[in-house]
Design a protein around this ligand. Structure first.
Ligand code: CA
Length: 251
Protein backbone atom coordinates (compact mmCIF):
# COMPACT_ATOMS: atom_id res chain seq x y z
CA UNK A 1 0.00 0.00 0.00
CA UNK A 2 1.34 3.39 -0.97
CA UNK A 3 0.40 6.18 1.35
CA UNK A 4 0.62 9.91 1.45
CA UNK A 5 0.34 11.85 4.70
CA UNK A 6 -0.13 15.54 5.32
CA UNK A 7 -0.35 17.00 8.82
CA UNK A 8 -1.18 20.51 9.95
CA UNK A 9 -1.67 22.02 13.41
CA UNK A 10 -2.82 25.54 14.23
CA UNK A 11 -3.45 27.41 17.49
CA UNK A 12 -6.81 28.74 16.25
CA UNK A 13 -8.01 32.30 16.77
CA UNK A 14 -8.58 32.46 20.54
CA UNK A 15 -5.96 30.37 22.33
CA UNK A 16 -2.44 31.70 22.86
CA UNK A 17 -0.93 28.20 23.06
CA UNK A 18 -1.24 25.15 20.88
CA UNK A 19 -1.83 22.13 23.13
CA UNK A 20 -2.19 19.73 20.20
CA UNK A 21 0.69 17.65 18.86
CA UNK A 22 0.99 15.58 15.70
CA UNK A 23 3.55 13.22 14.23
CA UNK A 24 3.63 11.27 10.97
CA UNK A 25 6.09 8.68 9.64
CA UNK A 26 4.91 8.10 6.10
CA UNK A 27 7.30 5.21 5.19
CA UNK A 28 6.11 3.28 8.26
CA UNK A 29 2.43 4.17 7.84
CA UNK A 30 2.28 5.71 11.32
CA UNK A 31 0.24 8.77 12.29
CA UNK A 32 -0.27 10.06 15.85
CA UNK A 33 -2.36 13.01 17.03
CA UNK A 34 -2.84 14.24 20.61
CA UNK A 35 -4.88 17.03 22.20
CA UNK A 36 -3.53 17.95 25.62
CA UNK A 37 -5.26 19.37 28.67
CA UNK A 38 -4.01 20.93 31.88
CA UNK A 39 -3.15 24.33 33.36
CA UNK A 40 -0.30 26.64 32.29
CA UNK A 41 1.58 24.77 29.57
CA UNK A 42 0.83 21.29 30.96
CA UNK A 43 -1.49 20.41 28.08
CA UNK A 44 1.32 21.07 25.62
CA UNK A 45 3.68 18.95 27.69
CA UNK A 46 1.22 16.06 27.88
CA UNK A 47 0.40 15.97 24.15
CA UNK A 48 4.07 16.30 23.15
CA UNK A 49 5.04 13.49 25.56
CA UNK A 50 2.29 11.22 24.24
CA UNK A 51 3.24 11.67 20.60
CA UNK A 52 6.93 11.26 21.37
CA UNK A 53 6.59 8.12 23.52
CA UNK A 54 4.29 6.41 21.05
CA UNK A 55 6.58 7.26 18.14
CA UNK A 56 9.67 6.15 20.06
CA UNK A 57 8.08 2.80 20.82
CA UNK A 58 6.53 2.12 17.42
CA UNK A 59 9.20 3.43 15.05
CA UNK A 60 11.78 0.71 15.81
CA UNK A 61 9.04 -1.89 16.20
CA UNK A 62 7.56 -1.16 12.77
CA UNK A 63 11.00 -0.80 11.16
CA UNK A 64 11.89 -4.31 12.33
CA UNK A 65 8.63 -5.75 10.96
CA UNK A 66 8.04 -4.54 7.41
CA UNK A 67 5.27 -7.10 6.99
CA UNK A 68 2.19 -6.73 9.16
CA UNK A 69 2.44 -8.68 12.36
CA UNK A 70 -0.27 -10.19 14.50
CA UNK A 71 1.34 -8.50 17.46
CA UNK A 72 0.69 -5.03 16.08
CA UNK A 73 -2.34 -4.32 18.32
CA UNK A 74 -0.28 -5.22 21.40
CA UNK A 75 2.58 -3.00 20.23
CA UNK A 76 0.25 -0.04 19.73
CA UNK A 77 -1.36 -0.59 23.12
CA UNK A 78 2.09 -0.82 24.67
CA UNK A 79 3.10 2.51 23.11
CA UNK A 80 0.03 4.19 24.54
CA UNK A 81 0.63 2.52 27.91
CA UNK A 82 4.22 3.83 27.99
CA UNK A 83 2.97 7.33 27.16
CA UNK A 84 0.35 7.05 29.88
CA UNK A 85 2.90 6.00 32.45
CA UNK A 86 5.37 8.76 31.54
CA UNK A 87 2.75 11.51 31.67
CA UNK A 88 1.20 10.16 34.86
CA UNK A 89 4.60 10.06 36.56
CA UNK A 90 5.57 13.55 35.36
CA UNK A 91 2.27 14.85 36.62
CA UNK A 92 2.84 13.29 40.06
CA UNK A 93 6.43 14.59 40.22
CA UNK A 94 5.85 18.21 39.17
CA UNK A 95 3.27 20.39 40.82
CA UNK A 96 2.76 22.51 37.69
CA UNK A 97 1.89 19.40 35.67
CA UNK A 98 -0.65 18.03 38.15
CA UNK A 99 -3.75 16.64 36.46
CA UNK A 100 -2.41 16.98 32.93
CA UNK A 101 -3.50 14.53 30.29
CA UNK A 102 -4.15 14.17 26.62
CA UNK A 103 -6.35 12.52 24.07
CA UNK A 104 -4.59 10.33 21.58
CA UNK A 105 -5.32 8.85 18.17
CA UNK A 106 -2.92 6.38 16.56
CA UNK A 107 -3.29 5.03 13.01
CA UNK A 108 -0.99 2.35 11.63
CA UNK A 109 -1.46 1.51 7.94
CA UNK A 110 -0.10 -1.92 6.99
CA UNK A 111 -0.81 -4.07 3.95
CA UNK A 112 -4.37 -3.27 2.98
CA UNK A 113 -5.45 -2.60 6.54
CA UNK A 114 -5.35 0.16 9.10
CA UNK A 115 -5.21 -0.26 12.86
CA UNK A 116 -6.78 2.58 14.83
CA UNK A 117 -6.43 3.20 18.55
CA UNK A 118 -7.84 6.13 20.47
CA UNK A 119 -8.59 7.48 23.91
CA UNK A 120 -10.59 10.67 24.36
CA UNK A 121 -12.48 12.78 21.83
CA UNK A 122 -10.01 13.16 18.98
CA UNK A 123 -11.42 11.45 15.91
CA UNK A 124 -10.74 9.46 12.79
CA UNK A 125 -12.96 9.92 9.74
CA UNK A 126 -12.84 8.06 6.45
CA UNK A 127 -13.91 9.42 3.07
CA UNK A 128 -14.63 6.56 0.67
CA UNK A 129 -16.40 7.07 -2.64
CA UNK A 130 -17.74 10.43 -1.54
CA UNK A 131 -19.08 9.17 1.82
CA UNK A 132 -17.65 10.48 5.07
CA UNK A 133 -17.97 8.24 8.13
CA UNK A 134 -16.62 8.50 11.68
CA UNK A 135 -14.48 5.49 12.59
CA UNK A 136 -14.03 6.39 16.26
CA UNK A 137 -16.54 6.93 19.03
CA UNK A 138 -15.72 9.85 21.34
CA UNK A 139 -14.90 8.96 24.93
CA UNK A 140 -16.84 11.92 26.25
CA UNK A 141 -19.64 12.57 28.71
CA UNK A 142 -21.68 13.94 25.83
CA UNK A 143 -21.30 10.78 23.72
CA UNK A 144 -22.29 8.66 26.72
CA UNK A 145 -25.45 10.74 27.12
CA UNK A 146 -26.23 10.45 23.39
CA UNK A 147 -25.72 6.67 23.61
CA UNK A 148 -28.02 6.47 26.64
CA UNK A 149 -30.70 8.43 24.76
CA UNK A 150 -30.55 11.31 27.26
CA UNK A 151 -29.78 13.97 24.67
CA UNK A 152 -30.28 14.17 20.91
CA UNK A 153 -27.29 14.65 18.61
CA UNK A 154 -28.86 17.95 17.50
CA UNK A 155 -29.01 19.34 21.05
CA UNK A 156 -25.56 17.89 21.72
CA UNK A 157 -24.03 20.30 19.22
CA UNK A 158 -24.85 23.15 21.60
CA UNK A 159 -23.96 21.47 24.91
CA UNK A 160 -21.55 23.49 27.03
CA UNK A 161 -19.79 20.42 28.47
CA UNK A 162 -18.97 18.92 25.08
CA UNK A 163 -15.25 18.81 25.83
CA UNK A 164 -15.42 16.65 28.98
CA UNK A 165 -13.60 13.45 28.11
CA UNK A 166 -14.19 10.19 29.96
CA UNK A 167 -10.89 8.61 28.93
CA UNK A 168 -7.51 10.26 28.50
CA UNK A 169 -3.83 9.40 28.49
CA UNK A 170 -1.83 10.28 31.62
CA UNK A 171 -4.66 11.12 33.98
CA UNK A 172 -4.86 7.77 35.75
CA UNK A 173 -2.40 4.95 36.42
CA UNK A 174 -3.89 2.96 33.54
CA UNK A 175 -5.59 3.86 30.28
CA UNK A 176 -8.07 1.84 28.24
CA UNK A 177 -7.89 2.81 24.55
CA UNK A 178 -10.29 1.46 21.94
CA UNK A 179 -8.75 -0.53 19.11
CA UNK A 180 -10.24 -1.10 15.70
CA UNK A 181 -8.75 -2.72 12.62
CA UNK A 182 -10.29 -2.12 9.21
CA UNK A 183 -9.63 -2.92 5.58
CA UNK A 184 -8.51 -0.06 3.37
CA UNK A 185 -9.39 0.50 -0.27
CA UNK A 186 -7.41 2.33 -2.92
CA UNK A 187 -8.48 5.98 -2.95
CA UNK A 188 -9.57 6.00 0.73
CA UNK A 189 -8.89 9.26 2.53
CA UNK A 190 -8.46 9.15 6.32
CA UNK A 191 -8.68 12.21 8.54
CA UNK A 192 -7.38 12.30 12.10
CA UNK A 193 -8.40 15.47 13.93
CA UNK A 194 -8.67 17.20 17.28
CA UNK A 195 -12.02 18.58 18.48
CA UNK A 196 -10.98 22.08 17.41
CA UNK A 197 -11.91 20.90 13.92
CA UNK A 198 -15.10 18.93 14.49
CA UNK A 199 -16.50 21.34 17.10
CA UNK A 200 -16.29 24.13 14.52
CA UNK A 201 -17.40 22.15 11.46
CA UNK A 202 -20.21 19.66 10.99
CA UNK A 203 -19.47 16.33 9.33
CA UNK A 204 -21.19 17.66 6.19
CA UNK A 205 -18.90 20.69 6.13
CA UNK A 206 -15.81 18.51 6.61
CA UNK A 207 -16.93 16.24 3.76
CA UNK A 208 -17.62 19.15 1.47
CA UNK A 209 -14.15 20.66 2.05
CA UNK A 210 -12.51 17.27 1.36
CA UNK A 211 -14.57 16.64 -1.76
CA UNK A 212 -13.90 20.00 -3.39
CA UNK A 213 -10.16 20.19 -2.60
CA UNK A 214 -7.95 18.27 -5.02
CA UNK A 215 -4.59 17.99 -3.23
CA UNK A 216 -3.96 16.71 0.31
CA UNK A 217 -1.93 19.80 1.22
CA UNK A 218 -4.71 22.10 0.04
CA UNK A 219 -7.33 20.00 1.83
CA UNK A 220 -5.49 20.16 5.17
CA UNK A 221 -5.09 23.92 4.80
CA UNK A 222 -8.75 24.33 3.76
CA UNK A 223 -9.98 22.38 6.81
CA UNK A 224 -7.93 24.51 9.21
CA UNK A 225 -9.01 27.71 7.43
CA UNK A 226 -12.67 26.68 7.57
CA UNK A 227 -12.44 25.93 11.33
CA UNK A 228 -10.81 29.32 11.87
CA UNK A 229 -13.44 31.04 9.72
CA UNK A 230 -16.10 29.38 11.91
CA UNK A 231 -14.52 30.89 15.04
CA UNK A 232 -11.32 28.93 15.67
CA UNK A 233 -12.20 28.63 19.37
CA UNK A 234 -9.71 25.83 20.04
CA UNK A 235 -6.46 24.47 18.63
CA UNK A 236 -7.04 22.74 15.29
CA UNK A 237 -5.06 19.71 14.14
CA UNK A 238 -5.53 17.48 11.13
CA UNK A 239 -3.64 14.57 9.63
CA UNK A 240 -4.79 13.39 6.21
CA UNK A 241 -3.74 9.96 4.97
CA UNK A 242 -4.52 8.97 1.41
CA UNK A 243 -4.26 5.40 0.21
CA UNK A 244 -2.83 5.86 -3.27
CA UNK A 245 -5.33 4.67 -5.85
CA UNK A 246 -2.85 3.07 -8.31
CA UNK A 247 -1.27 0.49 -6.00
CA UNK A 248 -2.35 -3.15 -5.74
CA UNK A 249 -2.94 -4.31 -2.18
CA UNK A 250 -0.44 -6.64 -0.56
CA UNK A 251 -2.62 -9.06 1.37
CA1 CA B 1 -9.01 20.57 21.95
Amino acid sequence: MKLKFVGLTDAGRIRANNEDAISTLEPLGLAVLADGMGGYNAGEVASAMAVEHIRQHLQPWLTARPVASRELPQAVLRGIELANQAIYEASAAHREFRGMGTTVVVAVFHGSRVLLAHAGDSRVYRLRQGQLVTLTRDHSLLQEQIDAGLISPELARHATYRNLVTRAVGVEAAVRPDLNELGTEPGDLYLLCSDGLNDMLSDEEIASVLLRTPSLEAAARALVDAANAAGGRDNISVILAQVQPDTPSTD
